[in-house]
Design a protein around this ligand. Structure first.
Ligand code: SF4
Length: 427
């Protein structure tokens, strides 16, 4: 992609172009979010299939080497997003809180220097943190480094669950971590919660929700445990050594989480995400809204700004191995990742299912601005079927808009599969 000119297509049907500086449109906010992947974790959880490496704390030389490769990749890749305002920084992983605060400060400063900012729109800067007593003294320094939001991987407050999930921490450490986060002045804290773990009951989940709500988090992300085939949990499931949560119980848990969190003032604004007013995760929303994201580090994914070469968007996936990624960055830092150009059909399917994950659903107007016609023009049969099943509501806010019904939210993955399958079949 040219650093001077980003050709854009307000309607891929019609096609046109404009500079990156005026990329803003009905379906592109003209900004960029930056994701930085820190690959180390103190141990690898048995259900995890992210790009992670077990290292309680990498030695300084390795930490510096990875950080400097991230900066090199940033320098080379920024041209692809030239002219875009910086909207958010997300330091994820892995466990970026294993880094020294100096390293976090250097990375945050490098990203902030790479793109213009707008004083009226603060750059949301999130750090993922895993509960561990040794990191707590670093929290004030992380704040000084520019981090204004913490995403804490609590997952459960129940020691039995934490042990079964293979997590490195226990309840007392989780509590101390939350206390330290508040003491350090963080007023935007997100808690991750896993449900549907081995042998978890509804009463266990209720106790987790009691403990979680006691901390009055600004944001909560909830995930049903997934059994990825290439993980110890996935293999244990295949061999019958572990049993997945019963589907009916998982649905009951999802409904319980929604009713309890909503009653406590946390709005379910996305299938897995709850927030108090004004505390939605702005970086995460960029993925659901298919806005530009620059991903740095091993295994990171970028959602490239749309250009004449890929008018429907493209993803760039960095190598998942540390040595492979380091070698790729040393060789061709601007092109360390493999590019997948999205077809028109794939982009349309993704636009529908990603929008349906959000509380506001799919705006027919925004969809038509990008694809030339409202969703019904392409998906009439699927929409009629899902409306008849009571999973989808059409035209609630404006003609042609689509939103999941309460029943549809419980089967969001099945609804998504319909639109993605149609996209692929017609691609
Ligand atoms: S802490 Fe998170 S990223 Fe690290 S191994 Fe566990 S699940 Fe994976």
């Amino acid at each position: 992609m040219s650093e001077r000119l980003v050709a854009r297509s307000p309607s891929p049907v019609a096609g046109s172009s404009s500079s990156a500086a005026d990329a803003s449109s009905a379906f592109d906010d003209g900004a960029v979010g930056v994701y930085v992947h820190w690959p180390f974790c103190e141990r690898v959880c048995p259900y995890c299939d992210f790009a992670v490496i077990a290292a309680r704390r990498p030695d300084r030389a390795l930490e510096d080497r990875v950080a400097s490769a991230i900066r090199r990749e940033l320098e080379a890749r920024r041209a692809d997003f030239a002219g875009r305002r910086l909207a958010s920084i997300y330091l994820g992983g892995g466990t970026p809180s294993l880094c020294r605060p100096e390293t976090i400060a250097v990375l945050v400063a490098a990203v902030r220097t790479a793109f213009p900012t707008d004083a009226s729109m603060p750059v949301e800067t999130t750090l993922e943190l895993n509960p561990s007593t040794t990191e707590l003294s670093r929290l004030p320094a992380f704040r000084d480094a520019g981090v204004d939001r913490l995403s804490i991987g609590i997952q459960s407050f129940d020691d039995r669950q934490l042990k079964r999930l293979g997590r490195a921490h226990r309840r007392p450490v989780a509590l101390r971590t939350l206390e330290a986060a508040r003491d350090a002045g963080f007023d935007n804290v997100s808690i991750d919660l896993i449900f549907g773990g081995p042998d978890q009951t509804l009463a266990d989940l209720d106790r987790d929700l009691d403990a979680l709500l006691g901390w009055r988090p600004e944001h909560v992300s909830t995930y049903e445990l997934t059994w990825e085939p290439d993980t110890p949990f996935g293999r244990a499931l295949a061999r019958g050594r572990l049993e997945a949560c019963d589907e009916a119980l998982a649905v009951e848990m999802m409904a319980r989480i929604e009713s309890r969190l909503e009653a406590a003032g946390l709005e379910r604004y996305e299938i897995s995400s709850y927030a108090r007013p004004g505390r939605r995760a702005r970086h995460n929303a960029r993925y659901w809204q298919r806005e530009a994201v620059l991903g740095l580090g091993l295994g990171a994914h970028s959602f490239e700004a749309r250009t004449a070469a890929h008018p429907h968007g493209a993803r760039r996936a960095n190598p998942r191995g540390l040595d492979d990624w380091l070698a790729a960055v040393a060789r061709t830092p601007a092109r360390a990742g493999a590019l997948e150009t999205l077809s028109l059909e794939t982009a349309r399917g993704e636009a529908v299912f990603l929008a349906l994950r959000q509380r506001e659903g799919l705006s027919a107007r925004r969809f038509a601005a990008e694809f030339g016609a409202p969703p019904r023009h392409f998906f009439a049969a699927e929409i009629d079927d899902l409306v008849a099943r009571g999973w989808l509501v059409e035209g609630r806010t404006a003609p042609g808009d689509l939103v999941l019904s309460p029943a549809g939210r419980l089967v969001a993955d099945s609804v998504a599969a319909e639109f993605v399958a149609v996209g692929a079949a017609r691609g």
